[in-house]
Design a protein around this ligand. Sequence first.
Ligand code: PLP
Length: 339
Amino acid sequence: MSVPLPTLADVRAARQTITSTAIHTPLVLSELSPDRDTPLWLKLECLQPTGSFKIRGATNAIANLSADEKRRGVICCSTGNHGRAVAHAARETGISATICLSKLVPQTKVEAIEGLGANVLRVGNTSDDAQLEVDRLVRVEGMVELPPFDHADVIAGQGTIALELLEDKPDLESLLIPMSGGGLISGIAIAAKALKPDIRLVGLSMDRGAAMAESIAAGHIVDVDEVASLADALGGGIPKDNRYTFAACRELVDEVVLVTESEIYEGMRALFHRERLVAEGAAAVGHAAIIAGKVDIEGPAAIVISGRNVDTRRFADIAAGQPVQLGDLRVDAEYPCGP
Ligand SMILES: *Cc1c(COP(=O)(O)O)cnc(C)c1O
């Protein structure tokens, strides 16, 4: 079931709505820029309050609730960052928030959400399990669901990134964007292609359990197995009743690139050692793909560095070139002594 997508006008309206909460993030030159005529820019969404771009969509969605919906309180399932953003926006607005998290969500993200005063429920092994609890509480308690990606106001909020990108650097030709449920890339694609129809949109995901990437390839929404990943924020399935993001991604994403866990590991290390940025795995897929030679940069390009909420201990291991265990998979540094 697909319905009309949000428009550039919706994204512009979202920008007005979120302006006092989300910041216009800096766009800085990457050390990985191929040469002076081909700048690669980094859009530092990791500097947002709550540590990820999700503050944009969550703030816009909560601002657009009716008085009755606000009274009922909001609920969502999340791999962590959406939940944190919803908890933050709910607290600012003075409404109650319930966040359902599976056991794949890193403890650092769980604690941050609890610290914002939200009601946190740990349910099940995967995002799909957490979603079942959301469905139940919506039915039984009448809470209002704010899904992490498939919601018009969430998509319009994330799309405000494109307005900033093209204002700051109108000559951008390619945008490299981490992709999970596709709210981020849909919003950016809607606004960017309305302003600049031939801009190229590249969606990046991990190669295990990438729901949107596999669904685009299959031509319909498919189930994926959610497994532990360095890019934990990119995990989770796409509910079959998807209204917006599958249609938007099919139509607007020009290229999908998948990276392995060891490539994400090297991407995180490069972000730290070369760019001096602390970023979570989901935000390192652009660096992962470039270092692995999986994506070509031919003109001015930008990568959205989508979040920074990585567990400190894990981050320290990766920065130091120590192996990391993800379920059954051990990820080793390619160059243990560091770059
Ligand atoms: C949510 C998230 C993404 C993916 O966004 P989607 O809208 O689900 O595609 C990427 N990076 C980070 C850090 C996130 O929190």
